[in-house]
Design a protein around this ligand. Sequence first.
Ligand code: AMP
Ligand code: MG
Length: 413
Amino acid sequence: MNNPAAALKTLDQALAQLLGYAAPLAGQDTVSTFEADRRVLAADLRSELQVPPLDNSAMDGYAVRCADVPAAGTVLPVAQRIAAGDVGTALAAGTAARIFTGAPLPAGADAVVMQEDCDALEDGRVRIRVQPAPGLAVRRAGEDVARGAVVLARGTRLTPAALGMAASIGVAELPVARRPRVALFSTGDELVMPGEVPPARMRPGAIYNSNRFFLRALLQRLGCEVSDLGIVPDRLDATREALRAAARGHDLILTSGGVSVGEEDHVKPAVEALGRLELWQIAIKPGKPFAYGAIAGDGASCHFIGLPGNPVSSLVTFVVLVRPFLLKLQGATALAPAAVRLPAAFDWKRADRRREFLRARRNADGALELFPNQGSGVLTSVAWGDGLVDTPAGQPIARGDSVRFLPFEDLWG
Ligand code: AMP
Ligand code: MG
C-alpha cells in the first residue's frame, strides 16, 4: 500500500493518541531515598519541619547585636563560643559570641560579622572593623522550607537535587511509581550478537544487533524493569508466539524491526492476530514505521510498541514517543523533552514532507552543526551528535535561522 505522507498522522497527533493509551500503572514501591534517582514520586512530599530549623550563622565570625556596634572599630568582649550543633545562651548586652557556620544565632543577636572583618585581641575581646546591619550573614529559620510546605509534588521525576531535598526534611524512604515491566525483542534473521561471532568471521549479510543495546539502556534509565527476550526470527509463527508469551507479566512489549511493509515484516500481522493495532506509521523522519497496539495476554492486556529496525529511526522514535509514554505510565507530570532554540550553522535545503529530526551538535559558538550523513542507518550520526534538530515538515533551514534543538542529555533518560 502506498501511503502518501500527507495521509499519515503527524507526530503530535500520534503522540497525543499514544499518551491517551498510557494510563498510569497501579501500584507503587517504597524505596530508600538513596535508590530513588529517576523514579517518579507517587505522592506529594510535605515537610514536617521548617528548614533551617533555627536562625543560624552563614559565616564563621562573631554574632553581635547591631546596636552594640555603633561604628566600625568597636571592641566587644567575647562572652561565649557556639559551634555548629551547639546551642548558645542569650547574648548579653555589650558582648559578642564567637560563632561558626550553621550554628544557631543566640537570642538577642541580629547579625554576624565574618571573621575576616574582625581582629581577635589577645585579651579575649574582638575588634569589629565594619558596622553591621541587622540580618547580615544570618540564615533565617524556614527560609528554605516552611513547615507544611510541599517540597516535591507527586509526579515529579526525582533528580539528585530532589533526593537531597527529601533528605533535608528527614525523609529516608520515598513512595514512587512501580517500575514498568518491559519485554524487549529484536527482530531480524540478519542479527548477530556482539561477542558471539568476531567481526572477522561474520557471515555475509549478517550485522550486529545494535538496537538491543541502546534500547535496553534507554529503558533502564527510564526506570523500567527490562526482560530482554533476545532476537525473534523473521517468521510469523515465531513472532506471534514470542509476543503472546511476553504479553503475560509485562506492561509493555517493545520490539525493533519487522514493522515495515516487506514480506519479512511479521510484527504487524502478529499484533493484529493477537490483539489490535491502533497506530501504524507516522509522518516523521527518520522513523515512519512506528506501531502501537494492545495484545491480549492471559486475561490482561499488554501495551505493544513496534519501533523501526533502522537504528537511528529506532532511537529517534524511542526518545520522541516511547520516552513520554513510559513517563506517563509512571504518572510523571512533565512529559515533553527540554528544548532550546539555537542558531543553525548549516543550510538544509532538502526539506521533507515529514517532520524531520536531524542529528546535530553544538559548536564552540553555541551554533548547531549537522552530521553530514543523515541516513537512518548511520548510527555514527547519533554517537557524534549531541542532540536533534526538530525540523517542521516542508521547511528548509538557512544558516543563522533559529531552530528547535533537543539535547540528547535530556532525552537519554
Ligand atoms: P526492518 O525494519 O526489520 O526492515 O529493518 C530495517 C533495517 O534495520 C535493516 O537494514 C535491518 O538490518 C536493520 N536492523 C533491524 N534491527 C536491527 C538491530 N537490532 N540492530 C541493528 N540493525 C537493525
Ligand atoms: Mg527486519
